[in-house]
Ligand binder design. Structure first.
Ligand code: FRU
Length: 488
């Protein structure tokens, strides 16, 4: 018996050590996001079961399933050596956790990238009957060297095998060379990708996702703000029977306000590079809020669906969520529209249609019974809309003839970060693009608000940490308001 204990005690110690920090993370398969209900945890926005997340990666739609991979550090709630986490959904609202898809290796951490469903098996990593998913990502070595690598899946995204050819795009001798986003090139009928290279993007083309040739660059001309370019994406949107190409670039410390923001350019793709044919004197931002970054689109989806990281580098690691850190935004369906003769992107929340259809009119000062809801607001002139809780915390939205403002100064707990507490990180403003009567849609999920203004030509995403749920909506101004509950 004594000898059994001598053996058993060290074994118990080893096993319990293995279950903490540096152990393999517990597989998260089968759990849905809504199965976790801690304070502040959003219910229909994706968040990891535990530990850190940042950018969405490798988003691809295959056989009715949206695959969402993401930057993950599986041993702590702060950033660390990056892996690709994985989750799946059939409706973009209910997410199921899946086991980690990619682990760091001798080439480095697994930084951001994309995935394509290779239906023609051009990579020859699958068969025509069972086409592979090919992931392309940045291998970030700890000495800073960034190169691009691929991995393939023959079981629809459950497991990935890295290619022995890695890196498939070697570093050309620069820092900040990352975040490849692959897409189908309809002009040359091959794969292309766009990646961030310091203050510009590079384009590459390939027949097989293995051999890549550089075909062009875009930037920094045409860009009106400073900042390192990250997580680009290039995709077409049909407008009046023609394809307009949209280049999206995430930029940290962009503009005087120092925020993480996403800029977009409209133009054409000649098969080799993007040409900005609709220049603008002002930068065009995809979202004027603090908490939407690194957004890219799903490959192979019918609609143009863009999804981002609902967070900000400035205070991400300090947010008061305990088990996990960070969440995704909703997927947004993008379209093009004209405002005063200028072509503009418009975004609408995807996946919420069935809830939005059951909205009903409400009176001022209505009690809200759920922490997950939407408000459709139409108004004229100046207005103020307020979400309030029982301890006097208020998230305030103002509309005037010239701007829309979201003020989280009094919205909840904010002392966790010296940045979050400042005025600079409290008030987001979008200049109004249209005149006259206006509409807003507010989508609220426990601790994140996504606001879509004037038919989606402006958006503001903001995280808030109300200490008790907002349970009342009130307003001032000439408004009509409808409420829908979101049952996640
Ligand atoms: C953007 C980013 C990417 C990089 C990743 C690392 O948020 O900085 O450029 O690949 O995060 O986690």
């Amino acid at each position: 018996m004594k000898y059994v204990l001598y053996l058993a005690i060290p074994l118990i110690i080893i096993l319990s050590m293995a279950s903490c920090k540096n152990s393999k993370p517990k597989a998260e398969a089968q759990d849905t996001v809504a199965a976790f209900q801690e304070k502040y945890r959003p219910q229909f926005h994706f968040s990891p079961a535990e530990h850190w997340m940042n950018d969405p990666n490798g988003m691809v739609y295959v056989d009715g399933v949206y695959h969402f991979f993401y930057q993950k550090y599986p041993y702590d709630t702060s950033w660390g050596p990056m892996h690709w986490g994985h989750a799946t959904s059939r409706d973009l609202i209910h997410w199921e956790h899946q086991p980690i898809a990619l682990y760091p290796d001798e080439l480095g951490f697994i930084f951001s990238g994309s995935a394509v469903y290779d239906t023609q098996n051009s990579s020859e990593y699958g068969t025509n009957e069972n086409p592979p998913i090919i992931a392309i990502y940045t291998s970030h070595h700890k000495d800073g060297l960034e190169q691009q690598s691929i991995a393939y899946s023959n079981d629809k995204g459950r497991h990935f095998e890295k290619s022995y050819l890695n890196p498939v795009i070697k570093n050309p001798g620069i820092s900040d060379f990352r975040d490849p986003k692959a897409f189908w090139n309809p002009v040359r009928r091959c794969w292309s990708l766009v990646l961030a290279a310091q203050d510009r993007v590079f384009f590459y083309a390939s027949q097989d996702m293995k051999n890549w040739e550089k075909t062009g660059e875009f930037g920094p001309e045409g860009n009106h703000v400073k900042g390192v370019w990250e997580c680009p994406d290039l995709f077409p949107i049909e407008y009046k029977g023609k394809n307009v190409w949209v280049l999206v670039v995430s930029m940290t410390k962009a503009s005087e306000d120092d925020h993480c923001k996403m800029q977009y350019f409209l133009g054409d793709f000649d098969g080799e590079k993007f040409l900005c044919t609709c220049p603008s004197d002002e930068p065009r931002w995809l979202d004027e809020g603090f908490d939407n970054y690194a957004a890219v689109t799903f490959q192979n989806a019918k609609d143009v669906l863009l999804m981002g990281w609902g967070m900000n580098w400035q205070y991400a690691a300090q947010t008061p969520t305990e088990e996990y850190c960070g969440q995704a935004t909703l997927a947004r369906k993008l379209s093009l529209t004209e405002v005063d003769g200028a072509l503009t992107l418009a975004a609408a929340p995807a996946g919420l249609e069935k809830f939005r259809h059951s909205s009903y009119p409400i009176e001022n000062h209505t009690t809200i019974r759920t922490e997950t809801f939407g408000l459709k607001v139409s108004g004229k002139g100046d207005a103020k809309i307020c979400l309030k809780n029982s301890v006097g915390q208020k998230l305030k939205i103002y509309v005037s003839d010239t701007k829309i403002t979201v003020d989280r100064t009094m919205a909840g707990y904010k002392e966790f970060s010296e940045h979050f507490m400042t005025e600079k990180y409290s008030i987001s403003t979008a200049a109004r693009k249209k005149d006259g009567a206006w509409n807003l849609e507010l989508v609220f999920d426990v601790s994140i608000l996504e606001l879509f203004a004037e038919d989606g030509v402006d958006a503001i995403s903001t995280v808030v940490y109300p200490e008790t749920p907002y349970d009342r909506v009130s307003w001032k101004g000439d408004l009509s308001v409808e409420l829908y509950e979101i049952d996640a």
